[in-house]
Design a binder for this molecule. Structure first.
Ligand code: MN
Length: 235
């Protein structure tokens, strides 16, 4: 009786063993790693300030390419299983062989994921609230913040981003970075970021980056930016 049971158990284990190869094949077929997030609104939702064609290409081509190239760069390394935040915050620890590819494409993925969330259809983004509203007042007011972001956008030669980060003498600082670099890579937490790559504005604004940045404020999602500020201050 006991032997029969043991034999059955062995048979069951053998059957389970046979299942394993097919299960692992299935796991390999599953798309692994980082994925393109859905936009929180339609491609035409930010019209007329950001046109639907720009949004479509920006999301489905540019952002998708960052995701795909990030997956390629980290494939076969421990970094493939980490969160996007962890990867971006720890770029300096990456093996040199893949570091620049991850800075470019991990940064690209993080920056765009962040960018979509800090925008909202015109009139739906609220206004700065709570502690962020106070910080903006200390900075010199919203008009002053917009002016400084505009200056940084003009100062950014070539492709890059303009960021607002908590900290500095005035409580908020406006900085700009090249390419897809990100303040997280140097230990700062952005609460707002404006993509000033030509792909973000050229179809509608042509060479007029300043006009695009001025129009961008119409689609700023202050509810999300205020939340980003609160999270950043909690550390
Ligand atoms: Mn972009």
């Amino acid at each position: 009786m006991l032997l029969m049971t043991r034999r059955r158990m062995l048979l069951a284990a053998g059957a389970a063993g046979l299942l394993l190869p097919s299960m692992s094949i299935r796991a390999e077929e599953k798309p692994a790693g980082f994925t393109l997030p859905k936009l929180p609104y339609g491609y035409d939702a930010l019209e007329p300030h950001i046109d639907a064609e720009t949004m479509t290409i920006h999301h489905t081509k540019h952002h998708q390419a960052y995701v795909d190239n990030l997956n390629k760069a980290v494939a076969g390394t421990d970094w493939a299983g980490k969160s996007l935040d962890e990867v971006v915050k720890n770029v300096k620890q990456l093996p040199e062989k893949i570091r620049q590819a991850v800075i470019n494409n991990g940064g690209g993925h993080w920056n765009h994921d962040f960018f979509w969330k800090i925008m909202a259809p015109a009139g739906k983004g609220g206004s700065p609230k709570g502690d962020l509203a106070k910080a903006i007042e200390s900075f010199g007011g919203l008009a002053k913040l917009k002016e400084e972001v505009g200056k940084a956008a003009a100062a950014r030669f070539g492709s890059g981003w303009v960021w607002v980060v908590p900290g500095g003498e005035k409580g908020l600082a406006v900085v700009h970075t090249p390419n897809q670099d990100n303040p997280l890579m140097v230990g700062k937490t952005p609460i707002l970021g404006v993509d000033v790559w030509e792909h973000a504005y050229y179809l509608k604004y042509r060479n007029l980056r300043a006009k695009y940045v001025e129009a961008w404020w119409n689609v700023a999602n202050w509810d999300a930016i205020s939340e980003n500020y609160d999270k950043a201050m909690k550390g």
